[in-house]
Write a protein that binds this ligand. Structure first.
Ligand code: ADP
Ligand code: MG
Length: 379
């Protein structure tokens, strides 16, 4: 009946996704801080294409980019989540999912992942919306009788992992053990694991995580923009036949991607910049290698990719938000962010590959439409 149809619909959705590849790149443009100034974003198409132009050199040529979706400066948190939701929901079908926020400091990464620190629930970011969604799903699914949701949250700073969800962060041990045996175990056994049963539990934990992140940021001069934070949601379930479902969702707010002028920084700042460059480049290499289906995937070159190894590749799904600032001053960084995002995106990988599958995708879409009609009749 109804539940069977829903289940099949979800199954088809997952199949459809697999045919299109498991890597998605969305670009999000933050509203300008100077409303009257000319934006470097020249054109946004609703097919995922965009063009940028240096406002200080209007006679130079436009550069075009293609992603899976572009969110302009007026896009709401709700709109952004709407396109993220299917991916989040597939965690309940046993898929591992990674969602990344990439971009220079100030481009809106934390806004997308966490949302503003106060305000109405509809302005909350993906972290909250995703957990809320998973709770609701876990209550509504009749084919799985028991779900358990647990979270961990860590920060990676200068290639060191720190637990953000323990009461006393000063006692955190270094180095953290990362389990990358690939046999599906928890990748960070040393980080505290918190069971959450309500969205209020989540809010409390996120507050603790934010406090722990903010604490060191005053002590170490805005460290949060120079560290990656990783919120991991583990979902365990058991279906009617007793078989286990085990998957996880990683929500990653990456360190600022801005290039630091090496001639101007020394000491700690230089060390930070080198670690960030290395880990972001490494993430790019891993995703590009996965997109190209290379046989060797260089996971071991950074802590971040080691930690995520079990959830990058295979049947795992990945979404990267490339955040850009529209102001002329940041044109160089905007170009560099878009180039990075284009490199990890599968969009540019041979249109022929996609075309070949078009008829199959169309068939699946038809089937989904028919199922939707069938569901609508039942309701
Ligand atoms: P990042 O985490 O990349 O350093 P933030 O998320 O902190 O950047 O964003 C920088 C500032 O811009 C913040 O004050 C944030 O509230 C604001 N901002 C970012 N994106 C948006 C958006 N889409 N709509 C409104 N304000 C935004
Ligand atoms: Mg931030």
């Amino acid at each position: 009946g109804y539940h069977q149809a829903v289940k099949e619909n979800r199954h088809l959705y997952n199949l459809l996704q697999e045919l299109r590849g498991n890597i998605r790149v969305f670009c999000r443009i933050r509203p300008s801080f100077h409303v009257e100034a000319k934006s470097s974003i020249d054109y946004i198409g609703n097919d995922g294409s965009m063009m940028i132009l240096d406002p200080l050199k209007p006679q130079s040529s436009r550069k075009s980019f293609q992603f899976n979706k572009i969110f302009g400066p007026n896009a709401s948190q709700e709109e952004v989540y709407k396109d993220t939701q299917p991916l989040v929901r597939s965690v309940m079908d046993g898929y591992n999912v990674c969602i990344f926020a990439y971009g220079q400091t100030g481009s809106g990464k934390t806004h997308t992942m966490c949302g503003p620190s106060s305000g109405p629930a509809k302005d909350m970011g993906i972290n909250y919306m995703a957990l809320n969604d998973l709770f609701e799903l876990s209550c509504s699914r009749s084919d799985i009788n028991k779900y358990e949701i647990q979270v961990q949250m860590v920060e990676i700073y200068n290639e060191q992992v720190r637990d953000l969800l323990c009461e006393d962060t000063s006692s955190t041990k270094y180095p953290f053990f990362i389990n990358y045996s690939g046999n599906g175990g928890v990748s960070l056994p040393d980080a505290a694991m918190h069971r959450v049963q309500t969205t209020n539990d989540v809010l409390d934990l996120m507050k603790l995580g934010e406090q722990n992140r903010a604490f060191s940021s005053t002590a170490m001069n805005n460290r949060s923009s120079r560290s990656h934070s990783v919120l991991t949601v583990h979902v365990h379930g058991k279906d009617a036949s007793g078989s286990m479902l085990k998957s996880c969702l990683h929500l990653v707010d990456l360190a600022g991607s801005e290039r630091v002028d090496k001639s101007e920084v020394t000491g700690d700042r230089l060390k930070e910049a080198q670690h960030i460059n290395k880990s972001l480049a490494c993430l790019g290499d891993v995703i590009a290698a996965l997109a190209q289906k290379n046989s060797h995937i260089p996971y071991r070159n950074s802590k971040l990719t080691q930690l995520l190894q079990n959830s990058l590749g295979g049947h795992a799904k990945m979404l990267m938000f490339a955040h850009v600032s529209p102001e002329a001053d940041f044109y160089g960084e905007t170009i560099s962010t878009l180039k990075f995002a284009q490199r990890v995106s599968t969009v540019e990988l041979g249109a022929a590959h996609v075309n070949k599958e078009n008829s199959e995708i169309r068939k699946l879409k038809e089937e989904i439409d028919n199922l939707k009609k069938a569901i609508a009749c039942k309701e």
